[in-house]
Design a protein around this ligand. Structure first.
Ligand SMILES: Cc1ncc(C[n+]2csc(CCOP(=O)(O)OP(=O)(O)O)c2C)c(N)n1
Ligand SMILES: [Mg+2]
Length: 396
């Protein structure tokens, strides 16, 4: 079991002005590889998690790299498909691949995740088919997948709302007796994903009160990508998210969100603790949204190219590739085979997306309630009559 150290609120990091350096995570940040992929020595921050990283095999490393590359390609295809009019919207995860793959891979099948709307990398790790994500953003499906099949809840657009669902679900797991039994196959925990902007919501703070008081098996995973659309961090909080956990009575960790090994290790430690009955942990993955907020946004209106360039240097895929090469765990043939797989994935999802059947318009009435409902039935009849009016108009 990993003893997660407490962190104190550092008053020097309480900087409400725009002068905050949003490119440097500071000495508390858990990191295992630097920007070039060189494995770092033990530090006070990373030592508690070093055993977890050291237990990973070269095959684990290659498989993480593969996930990073495939998820980035899926994201690029989602973006391109939206630009070509095939999707209504696409929220890109570009730059956040390591945060999501590291977190997703640390989960066990019996754990349950509650995502926001950008967590395509976690979805990938849970086994959600990429086509299901595209169907959602194409608007031909009401949700995309069944939450109970792979223990991955539907995307939530209402900022912070999923935190309450996740906390309630975690408290339910306690009541179901699947926490702290010592049975590794059975004990379970919940992961709740939100952004830096999400931490300013009432729902987020209320959830943390409940999670702390109930000692719920919950890992709160905040992807601090430095922006909430056009709102910078200093308008969201004075104390960084990882330091706020202390006020709710549980540990908080800041991890380098672009270092997949570090994210995997801290998330695994936090989930193991949650499953064994030691309660919640807040993880702040310090990262950056390299692209626009969504395909409806233009980030050049509110942030500098210099800031983006600094973060581009911290690219999570470049780092993992550097690590694998330096260690001799992967060669050019391996990287080429992953690139080929990415090309195949791209063709597959594009073809699937373009061939998705259009649902009938009245389908929107069919899944509002489980059983037929008189108001919905009346509205559906009115809608069909209205639609039929166009047919006679055309015939005249
Ligand atoms: C309750 C609510 N308020 C406002 C919005 C509009 N909105 C959509 S995304 C967003 C910013 C969220 O930022 P953050 O939590 O940092 O997540 P990110 O998009 O950066 O991943 C806002 C304000 C919303 N969807 N829900
Ligand atoms: Mg954000």
């Amino acid at each position: 079991m990993t003893q997660i150290p407490d962190v104190a609120v550092h008053h020097e990091t309480v900087v409400p002005q725009a002068q905050q350096d949003i490119t440097d995570g500071g000495p508390d940040m858990v990191q295992f590889v630097d920007g070039e992929g060189t494995r770092l020595e033990r530090t006070p921050a990373n030592t508690p998690y070093a055993d977890i990283v050291e237990a990973l095999t070269p095959e684990d490393g290659r498989s993480m790299y593969r996930d990073l590359v495939l998820v980035r390609r899926l994201d690029a295809e989602g973006h391109a498909l939206q630009r070509q009019g095939e999707l209504g919207l696409w929220p890109s995860l570009l730059g956040q691949e390591a945060a999501q793959v590291g977190a997703g891979r640390a989960m066990r099948s019996q754990d349950f995740a509650f995502p926001g709307y950008r967590e395509h990398g976690v979805a990938w790790c849970r086994g959600i088919e990429p086509e299901q994500l595209l169907a959602l953003f194409r608007g031909v499906d009401n949700g995309g997948w069944s939450p109970s099949e792979l223990n991955y809840h539907l995307y939530t657009i209402v900022i912070g709302n999923q935190m309450l669902h996740a906390t309630g679900y975690a408290m339910g797991m306690q009541r179901d007796g699947v926490v702290g039994t010592g049975d590794e196959e059975r004990d379970a925990a919940v992961m709740a994903f939100t952004g830096d902007g999400g931490t300013a919501q009432g729902d987020f703070n209320e959830s943390l009160v409940f999670a702390g008081v109930a000692n719920a098996p919950l890992v709160i995973f905040v992807q601090n990508n430095q922006w909430a659309i056009s709102e910078p961090n200093y308008k969201q909080f004075r104390v960084p998210p990882y330091q706020r956990a202390q006020g709710f009575g549980f540990p908080g960790i800041r991890v380098d969100g672009n270092d997949v090994l570090a994210v995997y290790a801290v998330t695994k430690a936090a989930l193991d603790n949650a499953r064994s009955g030691q309660g919640p942990t807040l993880i702040e993955a310090f990262t950056y949204r390299l692209g626009a907020h969504t395909t409806s946004d233009d980030p050049t209106k509110y942030r500098s190219a210099a800031e983006v360039d600094i973060w581009r240097e911290k690219d999570p895929i470049k780092r993992m590739r550097g690590f694998l090469s330096q260690k001799g765990y992967a060669d050019d043939a391996f990287y080429a085979s992953v690139d080929r797989e990415a090309d195949e994935l791209a063709v597959r999802v594009r073809t699937a997306c373009q061939n998705m059947p259009e649902p009938s318009q009245e389908r929107m009435f069919d899944e509002i309630y489980v059983d037929p409902h008189p108001v919905v039935e009346r509205e559906k009849a009115q809608f069909l009559e209205y639609q039929a009016g166009f047919e006679t108009e055309g015939a005249r």
